[in-house]
Design a protein around this ligand. Sequence first.
Ligand code: HEM
Length: 127
Amino acid sequence: MVEHVEIPEISDYAAVGGAGAISSVVDLFYQSVLADPQLVGYFADTDLARLKRHQVQLVSQVMGGPVSYEGADLAQAHSGRGITGADFGRVVDHLVAALEAHSVPAEITQRVVAALGATQDDIVTAP
Ligand code: HEM
């Protein structure tokens, strides 16, 4: 007789290694964004520590972590910046590369991209 054992479901947040892993992903993500000549100009006046803290919160939240996003409404944070669809695509590419560089499984990367990609209409304001 084999007893039934409950296997707890593990969040994507926990599966990739939690806070430390996500903080490392977001560090690499912004290193790449700021090294991209098409994107760096947007961040000229940005408090990068605050930006990273909020991005870590957002990514952690969409991955099911015990963390809440405390930054500005995304439409408000990006309004008036003239961000194009092409800029948005590059930012997403840098995020995917940072997740892949940390060996995050493809299906988790896909879920993160789906969740954050859904913000496009709030962020892209230029043709
Ligand atoms: C997946 C797409 C994106 C997500 C999830 C995202 C998320 C965020 C978050 C969470 C913040 C912090 C807001 C705060 O601190 O209150 C932020 C700020 C910012 N984002 Fe994005 N973003 C995305 C795409 C972009 C793109 C495509 C650009 C421009 C190329 C951009 C430029 C900025 C800038 C300049 C700030 C700083 C605003 C400030 O200084 O207050 N973002 N973004």
